[in-house]
Design a protein around this ligand. Sequence first.
Ligand code: ADP
Length: 417
Amino acid sequence: MIPFLSILCAVLAAGLVVSVVALYRTRAAARRERMRLATEQERALETLNAEQNVILDALSDAFFLVDSDYLIRRANAPARDLLPGREILGRSLGEIFLHKNLAKPIRKAIKTGRRVTKNILLPHPVFPGGGEDQSGVTAWVIDAAPIEVAGSPPLTRVIVRDVTAEYQTEQVRKDFVANASHELRTPLAIINGYLENLVDDDLVEDPETSRRFLTIMRKHADRISRIVEDMLVIARLESGEAGQLKMEPFAFEACAHDVLERLQPLISAQGSKVRLAAAPEGLAIVGDRFYWTQILFNLVENALKQNPARPLDIEIGYDAEGEADGSVRIWVTDNGVGIPSADLPFIFRRFYRVEKHHSQGTIRGTGLGLSIVKRAVEAHGGEITASSTPGEETRFEIVLPPEAVAPREAEVAGGPM
Ligand code: ADP
């Protein structure tokens, strides 16, 4: 009996042990499965997060997520670029946007729960540690809107867009309109004045006075025509018509000869000498000859105009060998009064004139000549710079990319090179 009971107990104990072990194994397996799932979920979240970061960093605008306590929860790469070297995450709006005008629309969006968009102009520096700004003013668009993320406390997404370039372009356009109106108003007022005199004071009857007044009026009408012509050329070059330039190879020397022929009366009257420093193999340009005539005409005429009582040595030249990268330099130099260094950075601006030269009473210049030259050169993919040592050498130098120069054997318009 006793052995039977012992055997039964042993069997039951063994069964219990087996069950406990099986239970333990099952629970361990379940725990491992839970851990595996948790790790997988974590990895999936990390991947999602990384993908979101890649997308956010690819935006061209600065992007922030701000919580209801005004703390920054997320910032993309452009946002970090805006605030170089600064801790952003977990910081408050007030610490990040040092100018209160930037934080104001964001606070408003958080408080009201509505989207707020605002254009803001700021004096430089806008952001701590931000880059230098030449104009002293930067322009920004702040766009803040609440967003809902399931299971997350309320957040507001903020986009900060730098629109300084657009703002400056708009300023240039406004200045152009204001300057053009001003430039046209003066000769118009003069013409009106003389007309009033002629009509109201019955001076029409006096042929001598009439003739004198009409001559003056014509001079000012010519000036209006010149300004309008120049403005149209600039407008054409800026309106994208540059893409429709008539690009064909032509002989640079032939174009320069045309220009000098047209300016010959002025050159002779002044006793100036113009040298065309051409290489025997010549230079063929691929471009619009109409605009190249304007470029050379304006540069040589400027030299002559600015030195009415001074015989000049003018040179038009180019380096036929070209630079190592295949680009070509073209220059126009003179040894006249020159351009003061303080004025040099501005001479390519529309309507900019170096005042003191105009005490000569001349009204020939419109202040648009060099603007046309610069835009025409740029339309051909080139760049122009100016340097001047008054009385010694004033040099306008154009660098043309290889594609603006025709191979020597190319068929060229305008005769032999
Ligand atoms: P403008 O119609 O008055 O000539 P531009 O745009 O052609 O206008 O030139 C701008 C200013 O640059 C001129 O008013 C003149 O003061 C100066 N300038 C241009 N070229 C020369 C030069 N070769 N020598 C001296 N001054 C020059």
